[in-house]
Design a protein around this ligand. Structure first.
Ligand SMILES: Cc1cc2nc3c(=O)[nH]c(=O)nc-3n(C[C@H](O)[C@H](O)[C@H](O)COP(=O)(O)OP(=O)(O)OC[C@H]3O[C@@H](n4cnc5c(N)ncnc54)[C@H](O)[C@@H]3O)c2cc1C
Length: 417
């Protein structure tokens, strides 16, 4: 089998590694000249850690990254509302792990480059994709060339095309045009990376500050003390206005009311935030996964976590096909199950995470907000804490259960949704 993965972002690279382990040949096509270095994901929940372990990269991620300690919700004056001790479950082999996306990309690419079954082609912008029913093949047309240089079109053929090309996916647009149902929040999130010792002010490794205007998330993201501070801004502000406003925002909302000389700011990245899911994750021989298939706001870190769980499932489906243990219909099951997970879990949970920090009264949050009430209870009741820990796996799904069993005479078990 030969699979073309569009997009060598984290989801595409992990999918290629999983397919290589199943002896499936993969060609990765990416429009950029190397891995993306924007400040985005950093926290990967246990469900994603299981996939990274299967891809054979967890040891290197743990070598470069960190396992966070406590997670706390606070008022804007820093007072603790409630929290989860050792949120990562450090006793668990799937413990949540933190590594900024740019560093994750480097680790993943190094592993891909060692695999003889993986070819990565940069400067290759996919324009359109489709299925040739007659031949039983997928195809891709891409513009190939160096940025700013001469470009020429090239046609690729394969057994399956997997669109892992991010939020503005050209693969998704080819299949559905601008049909990407959902909503865009009336807020922009400014993701900053900064050296400022928030732990000296009593902050824990992950902090959510609840406030109608100055809500933010502050988390330690590297071993050498780099912090991610992601805060909300009015959508009307341009990038220039965001940059001008940033020192005032920091001084007003961070503990110690720091002025520019008190911290070292590395990045400022504005992002519009969305809750959107594609109408289907499968059309013929073309599949969608991760941000190409669905989006959610970053509070709670469900974006790439959900994307990695997608590619973990998709790899199991393609491996089943390669081994003759599954029929083509397993890919329809992939579409149905992963879309349902987004609608039933990722969308409602990530939406509540955002509303909890931006539209909840911090004085009554424990009591009125069901999740924070549970978090508070978990600090006193181990059974509730176990439920909380188990909820980290709610988006997982084992697609190998649909592989044919010899006793079933070749009939695939169908999904019960
Ligand atoms: C501020 C912020 C914080 C976040 N924090 C977290 C977090 O802590 N945990 C978490 O799980 N998630 C988080 N997320 C979400 C996470 O960053 C994304 O879900 C993740 O990066 C998506 O990965 P991807 O591989 O699907 O897409 P991308 O990372 O967007 O990669 C897509 C790739 O496709 C390529 N591409 C695009 N178009 C084409 C084309 N036409 N042809 C060829 N190649 C193309 C691009 O060059 C790119 O390399 C956060 C997001 C933001 C904005």
């Amino acid at each position: 089998m030969h699979v073309i993965v569009v997009g060598a972002g984290p989801s595409g690279l992990v999918l290629a590694l999983l397919l290589a382990k199943a002896n499936i040949r993969t060609t990765l096509l990416d429009s950029a000249s190397t891995v993306d270095d924007r400040p985005r994901a950093a926290h990967y929940a246990p469900s994603a850690i299981q996939v990274l372990a299967r891809a054979g990269v967890l040891e290197d991620i743990r070598r470069d990254g960190l396992i966070p300690g406590d997670m706390t919700w606070r008022k804007v004056n820093g007072d603790k509302i409630t929290g989860i001790k050792d949120v990562a479950q450090p006793w668990n082999p799937d413990a949540m792990t933190v590594l900024p996306l740019n560093m994750l990309g480097v680790v993943l690419l190094a592993h891909c480059e060692k695999e003889k079954n993986i070819e990565v082609r940069w400067n290759t912008r996919v324009v359109t994709v489709g299925t040739d029913e007659g031949k039983g093949k997928g195809w891709v047309i891409a513009e190939v060339g160096v940025e700013g240089g001469l470009k020429q079109e090239e046609r690729f053929e394969c057994d399956y095309v997997c669109g892992c090309d991010g939020a503005n996916s050209q693969v998704r647009r080819t299949l559905f045009g601008n049909d990407f149902p959902g909503k865009t929040w009336d807020a922009q999130i400014i993701a900053t990376n900064v050296y400022y010792p928030l732990d000296k002010f009593g902050y824990d490794d992950i902090n959510f500050i609840i406030h109608p205007e100055d809500y933010y998330m502050a988390a330690k993201i590297t071993k050498d003390g780099l912090w991610r501070v992601s805060y909300g801004e009015d959508t009307k502000l341009t990038l220039e206005q965001v940059l001008v406003h940033q020192p005032k925002k920091y001084e007003r909302m961070l503990p110690g009311n720091p002025k520019p000389g008190d911290y070292k700011l590395l990045n400022v990245g504005p992002y519009r935030i969305h809750q959107r899911c594609a109408p289907s994750f499968r059309v013929g021989r073309v599949l969608l996964a991760a941000d190409a298939a669905h989006l959610c706001n970053p509070f709670g870190g469900l974006g790439l976590t959900g994307g990695l769980v997608d590619v973990g499932g998709l790899a199991e489906c393609l491996e089943g096909l390669e081994k003759g243990m599954a029929g083509d219909e397993i890919l329809t099951t992939y579409d149905e199950v992963r879309r349902k997970m987004w609608h039933d879990v990722i969308n409602p949970v990530s939406s509540s995470n955002f509303l909890r920090v931006s539209a909840t009264d911090p004085d009554t949050a424990v009591g009125k907000d069901d999740f924070l009430t549970m978090v508070d209870e978990a600090s006193r009741n181990q059974k509730v804490r176990d439920e909380l820990d188990q909820a980290m796996y709610a988006i997982c799904h084992d697609f190998k259960q649909y592989w044919k069993k010899p006793s079933q005479g070749g009939t695939q078990v169908s999904a019960k949704l």
